[in-house]
Design a binder for this molecule. Structure first.
Ligand code: PRX
Length: 650
């Protein structure tokens, strides 16, 4: 295909109404990197401060003087910025539209005034239960308004929230609660997804029986499905019983700019998930500003991000960004294929959604069902589409563009990470021509670079490891409880830079193309899973001696999970044990970590010093046994032949 067929120029009619034209992008970008203090000082004024900052940026990635501080002497409260300051002008505007799992249940429209009252009531209740500034609160809820209310209520009283995705199992909850020493958990009786119930409260009960979780004094339980749960008094309290009678006003806590706002656990290449910590001002400035600029937000937009608040996308682009901007944000409890494959498009018509932000994995799954479920809806309200979480293949991009958006709506392919707090590389639809599969150009203040394995910076057209040369306000500040791990993970590999863990190509036009993780992190349907986590779940089974886990290309999920398992001596392989091990991983981590393939491995390919050669395992999992490369350094090269012969051809 020729180059011009791959270019989707900015539409003049879009540019005419949008916040950023090409000239404005280029000018502002140049200023943002040449004079970051002046630039971010001005952007910081979009927030309401209790004390305006005079120090804007104080950053060094140099390991001897390492520090990341933004707006350091400012004071503010995030919930005030998301609620109170809108009351005078937008009190009756819808802040949240709640669309339940089943289309037969009524949707809810919650105004800024209502949301403010609900947040204040819960904040008062939390204070009454002894939660204070700096305490950790775990939120394990379905996608219901209470999830948003809970996050903002924590922010109001200065408690640090840590949301755990509702798809995680008891063990994963327990690990996270133990790591941050939560005082209180907010959960629901049950979740509801695609008509199926999820036993949230029962999972919390099981988690709290595990070691390390006795910091938890109270569990607040939202009545959602009305399903029966086991209430253990006095620990467990019904949310409505504690919250409804509280006053609808609550004095917000004065927070320093660098006080923590939340912790969100994410997988890395080694060990257990780490608690990514974001602070108050820089994060909020960045979430709000990127949300407005990248989605070209206008006052009357109805904005829908389909992520779950259990992930960073939900934090930045369902809750903090949109609400700080006074936008209308849609909260969807359900899934794309229930009751049928038209559900997304029906929700768009029902609520006249104008901006729609979803993940490539969802687009691919819907594309597989053909055009009919899309064509039977109107989608005329849409004006901008977004993609996030993994590289979007050009075929899915074109389907999204042509079929969903009918060639009318630009697509913003947004690259970022839990660690970055907000979008770092993305088109601005009025300013940057699109290329399917490319996240295009850096956002204001973002200085990407490509380095080779030795850390040498590559110029021009190149492919290498993606690093960032300078800080941006939304950058994470530490790994909770382990600052050394923060420095070692992100700043030691290529000194003086932040290393993203992603591979990337830059083309002749200076466009960035993310190629995927270069570390031992697998991106399954846009969700990060560490190979080490799945391996440790497998070896926790009494019959497993050793396990090695790699990713492989998967048509729908982007990447799938491929596990090689060696049993302890004397144990026999069987179909029953195969099933049991897969169920074991689901139980230990959660359904998102379910291995797609599990292969028995009488032995694993190891070097003479005992290191597993994952490169070989990846090639076998990719079904590319002719590309194994040099195997002569293996302690026992013959194990490779038997693995190749027994491979589970995808
Ligand atoms: O590999 C990149 C991929 O997702 C990783 C970050 O995952 P997580 O922290 O869970 O955050 C996901 C939502 C921001 C990145 O290191 N990734 C994310 N967005 C894109 C992407 N890869 C390619 N294109 C994207 N637009």
């Amino acid at each position: 295909m020729n180059q011009s067929a791959n270019l989707y120029p900015v539409k003049p009619e879009f540019a005419a109404k949008s916040r950023y034209t090409r000239e404005r992008y280029e000018q502002d970008y140049a200023e943002s990197v040449a004079q970051p203090e002046a630039f971010w000082g001005r952007i910081g004024q979009r927030l309401d401060w209790m004390r305006a900052p005079t120090q804007i940026k104080d950053v060094s990635f140099d390991l001897n003087h390492f520090r990341i501080h933004w707006y350091a002497d400012g004071e503010l409260n995030a919930s005030v910025n998301c609620l109170d300051r809108h009351l005078a002008t937008r009190g009756d505007k819808t802040a949240l539209i709640f669309e339940p799992d089943s289309p037969d249940q009524p949707a809810q429209h919650i105004t800024y005034r209502d949301l403010h009252a609900r947040v204040c009531k819960l904040a008062n209740a939390l204070r009454g239960l002894g939660v204070r500034k700096g305490d950790r609160v775990t939120i394990y809820l379905p996608m219901i308004p209470e999830a948003v209310v809970s996050m903002l209520a924590c922010a109001r009283i200065g408690a640090i929230h840590t949301v755990v995705f509702g798809g995680f199992a008891a063990n994963s909850i327990a690990d996270r609660v133990a790591d941050c020493g939560s005082k209180l958990i907010i959960t629901a009786d049950e979740g509801l997804r695609g008509g199926k119930k999820v036993a949230l409260k029962a999972n919390v009960d099981a988690a709290l029986k595990m070691p390390g979780t006795n910091s938890v004094e109270t569990v607040l339980v939202v009545r959602h499905t009305g399903g029966a749960v086991d209430m253990q008094m006095p620990r467990d309290r019904w949310y409505d019983a504690v919250v409804d009678s509280q006053p609808a006003q609550c004095e917000p806590e004065r927070m320093n700019a660098e006080d923590p706002l939340f912790i969100l656990y994410t997988s890395g290449s080694t060990g257990k998930p780490k608690g990514v910590l974001h602070t108050t001002a820089g994060y909020l400035v960045f979430a709000a500003y990127t949300h407005e600029a990248v989605f070209d937000l206008q006052e009357d937009d109805v904005y829908w991000c389909t992520a779950d608040v259990g992930w960073v996308t939900g934090h930045s682009y369902i809750v903090y960004g949109p609400l700080a901007n006074g936008a209308t944000s849609l909260v969807f409890e359900g899934v794309p294929n229930y009751p049928d494959y038209s559900r997304f498009w029906q929700v768009i018509d029902k609520h006249q959604v104008t901006i729609f932000y979803t993940a490539p994995t969802a687009i691919r799954a819907l594309m597989r069902e053909g055009e009919e479920p899309v064509q039977k809806t109107s989608r005329k309200s849409l004006r901008l589409l977004g993609s996030v979480g993994e590289p979007i293949n050009p075929e899915a991009w074109r389907w999204y563009y042509d079929v969903v958006g009918e060639g009318r709506c630009p697509i913003v392919d947004t690259w970022w990470q839990t660690e970055t707090g907000g979008i770092l590389i993305s088109p601005l639809a009025g300013a940057i021509d699109l290329k399917p599969g490319s996240a295009t150009k850096p956002f204001f203040g973002v200085v990407p670079a490509l380095v080779d394995a030795s850390g040498q910076i590559l110029e021009g057209e190149a492919e290498g490891n993606l690093v960032l040369l300078d800080s941006w306000p939304g950058q994470m500040r530490t790994v909770y409880g382990d600052h050394q791990r923060f420095i070692d993970t992100y700043f030691r590999t290529y000194p003086g830079t932040y290393f993203t863990g992603d591979g990337c190509r830059r083309d002749a036009d200076g466009y960035y193309w993310i190629t995927g993780r270069v570390d031992d992190v697998i991106n399954v349907s846009g969700h990060r899973i560490g190979t080490a986590e799945v391996e440790s779940a497998l070896v926790s089974h009494p019959k497993v001696a050793e396990a090695a886990v790699v990713g492989f290309p998967h048509d729908l999920k982007g990447q799938g999970i491929y596990a090689y398992v060696t049993l302890i001596a004397g144990e026999a392989t069987s179909d029953a044990l195969h099933k049991e091990l897969i169920a074991h991983v689901r139980k230990e981590i959660g359904p998102i970590a379910t291995p797609d393939h599990l292969q028995w491995a009488p032995g694993l390919p190891k070097t003479r010093s005992g290191k597993i050669m994952r490169r070989i395992l990846r090639k076998i999992a990719e079904n590319a046994p002719d590309q194994l490369g040099d195997t002569s350094t293996l302690a026992d090269p013959s194990v490779v032949d038997s693995l190749v012969k027994e491979r589970r051809v995808p």
